[in-house]
Design a protein around this ligand. Structure first.
Ligand code: GRF
Length: 226
């Protein structure tokens, strides 16, 4: 991968930054088609900012409380972003809904990771809700961002089996592990132009006609072979 083909990625975070960490780690592997050039946060205390600084990645703390209105805050974020000039923006636990105007300006270039198999369970407390619904499969989704919350064309998903003895924390940890595998891989697909956002959803540009997994997987709460 030559320098000019390597995509510049800005990551937006609000907290812990474990997905950021996974993206940074993946970007260090030889021939990775992207590099993380900046990390922006609406929370100056976000652990992920320290993590980025330790990796010599430029950081921008832009707290909402420094601004009188949501739109002024977003204008400051947009300004910073326009100065960074990334090719792709990755939301990784960024707890703010971007306005239609913001999304419009960066259309097809913003990705998000969400801890459920969308369109199931948008919003918060996804693990708790998956357990109380008795779902046997849960997981995470990387998607292009559109104006709605946890909405937009799906790029890829990781399925996670729900075990009968799972509690919320155990399930959350298993999904998070899946997130750390999924996000770098899906960003790679976007960075190498193998998938792009289009008016009909996401358009795939690749020779492969089948997903990289078995077509059917049965998930039962009890063993099927007795
Ligand atoms: C992840 O579960 C992600 O899916 C969601 O927010 C969480 C962020 O975790 N959008 P981290 O900050 O990446 O550790």
């Amino acid at each position: 991968m030559t320098g000019k083909n390597v995509k510049r990625v800005a990551v937006f975070i609000s907290g812990r930054g474990s997905n950021l960490e996974a993206l940074i780690a993946a970007s260090k592997v030889r021939d990775c088609p992207y590099r993380i050039v900046a990390v922006l946060s609406d929370n100056s205390e976000a652990d992920g900012l320290e993590l980025a600084a330790r990796g010599n990645i430029e950081t921008f703390a832009i707290p909402r409380s420094d601004f009188g209105s949501r739109s002024e805050h977003e204008a400051a974020v947009l300004n910073a972003l326009n100065a960074i000039e990334p090719d792709i923006v990755c939301l990784a636990g960024y707890m703010r809904l971007l306005s239609a105007d913001f999304v419009g300006q960066w259309k097809g270039r913003i990705l998000n990771i969400h801890p459920s198999l969308l369109p199931n369970l948008p919003g918060l407390e996804t693990h708790k809700r998956a357990l109380s619904l008795g779902m046997r499969i849960h997981g995470c989704t990387v998607h292009f961002v559109s104006e709605g919350m946890d909405d937009g064309p799906i790029i890829g998903q990781a399925a996670v089996v729900v075990r009968t003895d799972d509690d919320e924390d155990v399930l959350a940890a298993r999904v998070l592990k899946a997130e750390h595998r999924l996000y770098p891989e899906m960003l790679r697909l976007v960075a190498t132009d193998r998938i792009r956002m289009s008016s009909g959803g996401a358009t795939i540009f690749d020779d492969a006609s089948a997903p990289d997994c078995d077509d059917i997987v049965l998930i039962s709460p009890v063993p099927l072979k007795r």
